[in-house]
Design a protein around this ligand. Structure first.
Ligand code: G1P
Length: 295
């Protein structure tokens, strides 16, 4: 099917990182496979992409990450064991994901930063706009998912979009931080959209251009690949997506969006525990509501 370059069909998941903050758990298990309740982080991300009508998942993996490919595939033995038993419903969600999407994989051979990881995905994405999800930023919404909110904005603005949230100034050194000019949008709260003029990767609080931090949701136009190829290593000696986006921003081609919803930093133990408690409560209250409905 020809793509008119307005619909985002593909979502890229950089998933090659070592997950050192979760050692020893991540020694043999990819950090993207750590479960919040019974579902791996990466599956939450894939389901968010599906909710935004994407069906091609492009995953940039690395050594020791084979469990990811096995997860998004049929396990015949398990299917055989569980079929017709009371446990079959445990597989419903993952079956839906597997049937509705195509997964493709490539490996990042050397860890040279997020920009480099995204560039590794070029062969899987090709010449079309695409989304990026960093699975350790786990998002949840009662309404539309964050990526869904962003794809709608893309249809109007047709440029790269980063999701941002307000952070305490002391945390600026954990994020890409942006600055820019507010754009008014009839359906959004004022200040929700910003035309980005500056962005800095992990600045100290004194050097942060604002308190708006990028979280792991991006929509990128495909010219980003050539820009990354020309981007020199930045913070930490790594090729940063923030630096590549700054080149687009200088051409007025990046928007930052203060999304609606909750986001958990599951790259940290505290955020992971917070997410686990949140989803546990949420799932229990919906189970109770369903029970009450039956009575
Ligand atoms: C990456 C990006 C950073 C962004 C963050 C969001 O950093 O480099 O700009 O704010 O993700 O989670 P990382 O968390 O991989 O160090």
């Amino acid at each position: 099917m020809p793509n008119d370059n307005t619909r985002i069909r593909k979502c890229l998941f950089p998933a090659a990182g070592y997950g050192t903050r979760f050692l020893p758990a991540t020694k043999a298990i990819p950090k993207e496979m750590l479960p919040v309740l019974t579902k791996p982080l990466l599956q939450y991300g894939v389901e968010e992409a599906i909710s935004a009508k994407m069906s091609t998942m492009a995953i940039v993996t690395g050594r020791g990450k084979r469990a990811i490919e096995d997860h998004f595939d049929i396990s015949y033995e398990l299917e055989h064991q569980i079929k017709g038993t009371s446990k079959e419903h445990y597989l419903t969600e993952i079956r839906k994901v597997i049937t509705n999407c195509t997964f493709s994989y490539t490996r990042q051979i050397e860890m040279k930063g997020l920009g480099h990881a995204i560039l590794c995905g070029e062969t899987l994405i090709g010449d079309e706009p695409f989304a990026v999800i960093l699975a350790d930023d786990l998002c949840d919404n009662d309404g539309e998912s964050v990526l869904s909110q962003m794809t709608k904005l893309y249809e109007k603005y047709k440029c790269s979009i980063v999701a941002v949230e307000e952070i305490p100034p002391k945390d600026s050194n954990k994020y890409g931080v942006i600055a820019g000019d507010v754009i008014s949008h009839p359906e959004l709260d004022s200040g929700s959209l910003v035309r980005v003029t500056d962005m800095v990767e992990k600045p100290s609080p004194e050097n942060a251009p604002s308190n708006l931090a990028i979280i792991g949701r991006y929509i990128l136009t495909p010219d980003i690949f050539d820009i990354i190829k020309d981007t020199k290593p930045g913070k930490g000696g790594e090729i940063q997506i923030t630096d590549a986006l700054l080149t687009q921003a200088k051409q007025g081609k990046v928007i930052a969006y203060k999304f609606k919803g909750k986001r958990f930093d599951c790259g940290s133990v505290d955020g992971f525990v917070e997410a686990t408690n949140y989803f546990y409560k949420k799932n229990n209250s919906s189970k109770n509501q369903a029970k009450d409905g039956k009575d």
